[in-house]
Write a protein that binds this ligand. Structure first.
Ligand code: DGL
Length: 277
């Protein structure tokens, strides 16, 4: 059996990244872990975000992985640097790829970032964007109401447009930005509504495309690309399986079970020992 790619998120958001990984890298086997029981991470303190992320990492590293993707901006902002040092497989986050994608399309160099409170507070996007181009103007906005609405599946049942419009109003003033980064992996699930609110002139960027491209390059350079079309994937979550499946089906629309063995399983994460915290 080929070694798998591990993907973690606080909940269902990382599935938007998995969707793109499967499109660009269909030979790769995925082991996904979403800590849906403790989601959202984005309104938590740094210490808790780290502790919860490390407990996910410890669990997913029990599988035979060749790469780990932190498909969560919040966890990327607070743990990527350390995880890169701690693990002996390549570890990829979603903030640098999202920044590159935004820089590749902006004309006015005015970029908006929306994300969880913790991601926005960390200024991780701002640093990452300005590290590449110091001449950018960056606007930041936390949207704490978006993740609970997506995680619960409510975005599929209600009209979210008015609420999204209200939340994004600080960014919709005259030509403030020409590019908006969806700095949370849950947000691509409401990208249609966000696009409707912002209008056609604003580019909407999700980091998943560029993340999968970066993975592809790294796997290729290290001679780790799988040779054959993959036949099985594993999706693990810590919370309610029905909720997870609702969003899972919204994203994959039965496409997966047509050509691969898919297992969806609820698990418990173990408490971290003091030495890991
Ligand atoms: N999907 C996570 C992210 O990209 C955030 C969700 C949460 O708040 O837990 O930041």
């Amino acid at each position: 059996m080929e070694r798998a790619i591990g993907v973690i998120d606080s909940g269902v958001g990382g599935l938007t990244v998995v969707n793109e990984i499967m499109r660009q890298l269909p030979n790769e086997q995925i082991v996904y872990l979403g800590d849906t029981k403790r989601c959202p991470y984005g309104s938590r303190e740094e210490s808790e975000i780290k502790e919860f992320t490390y407990s996910m990492v410890r669990e997913i590293m029990t599988y035979d992985l060749k790469m780990l993707v932190i498909a969560c901006n919040t966890a990327t902002a607070y743990t990527l640097k350390d995880l890169k040092q701690m693990l002996d497989i390549p570890v990829i986050g979603v903030i640098k790829p999202g920044s590159r994608a935004a820089i590749s399309v902006t004309q006015t160099k005015k970029i908006g970032i929306i994300g969880t409170e913790a991601t926005i507070k960390s200024r991780a996007y701002e640093y990452s964007l300005k590290e590449i181009n110091s001449d950018l103007e960056v606007q930041r906005l936390a949207c704490p109401s978006f993740v609970p609405m997506i995680e619960s599946g409510d975005y599929l049942k209600m009209n979210t447009l008015e609420m999204i419009k209200e939340v994004l109003s600080p960014l919709t003033n005259n030509k403030m930005i020409d590019t908006l980064v969806l700095g949370c992996t849950h947000y691509p699930l409401i990208a249609g509504e966000i696009g409707e609110v912002l209008g056609e002139d604003i580019h909407i960027i999700s980091s998943s495309g560029e993340t999968a491209r970066e993975m592809s390059v790294i796997l290729d350079q290290r001679n780790l690309l799988s040779k054959d079309l993959i036949s099985s994937h594993l999706f693990l979550m810590t919370g309610n399986k029905d909720n997870f499946k609702l969003v899972y089906e919204n994203i994959f629309d039965n496409r997966l079970s047509n050509f691969a063995d898919v297992e969806i399983k609820q698990i418990e994460l173990k408490e971290l020992e003091e030495s890991y915290k």
